[in-house]
Each structure stands twice: as structure tokens, then as C-alpha cells.
Write a protein of this length. Structure first.
Length: 77
């Protein structure tokens, strides 16, 4: 009998969805549909799921910070 799986799902609506998905490209399979980014995580142990979740969230937060810096340094017309 297989142990129960712990799962988490993230859904993000962002105009920068391509950049956010790219920030996870080496870590996680993502699904992009228009402005929506989705990812599903499954692990057999809750602590493993939590660790993977935290790592993915850090990647997304860093990507979002870089996007904000780049947007703020772009001259507005």
C-alpha cells in the first residue's frame, strides 16, 4: 500500500507569467494559460512538501523582485 500523498497547488494571475514560469523551469513543471501560471506539488511526506513549497516560493519572490526592479528602471513615456 502506497503512503498517502501530500499535495499543494498554486495558481498565479500575473502579466509577467512567462518570466515567473521561466524562474521555475529547472525546478518544477508548470502550466501556463494566458496570464495564469499553475503548478502542482506532490510528496509522500508533509515536511518534504513544505520544503519544496518554500523553495518554489522563494524562486517566485526573487523573480517578482527582479521584474519590479526592471520595471522601475524603465523610462515611462
Amino acid at each position: 500500500m502506497k503512503p498517502p500523498m501530500w499535495t499543494a497547488r498554486l495558481r498565479v494571475d500575473s502579466p509577467h507569467v512567462a518570466a515567473l514560469a521561466a524562474s521555475l523551469s529547472t525546478e518544477q513543471k508548470t502550466f501556463v494559460d494566458g496570464r495564469i501560471l499553475e503548478m502542482n506539488l506532490c510528496e509522500s511526506r508533509a515536511k518534504d512538501l513544505r520544503a519544496i513549497w518554500n523553495t518554489r516560493m522563494r524562486s517566485l519572490l526573487i523573480a517578482e523582485s527582479v521584474i519590479q526592479v526592471m520595471d522601475s528602471s524603465t523610462p515611462k513615456e
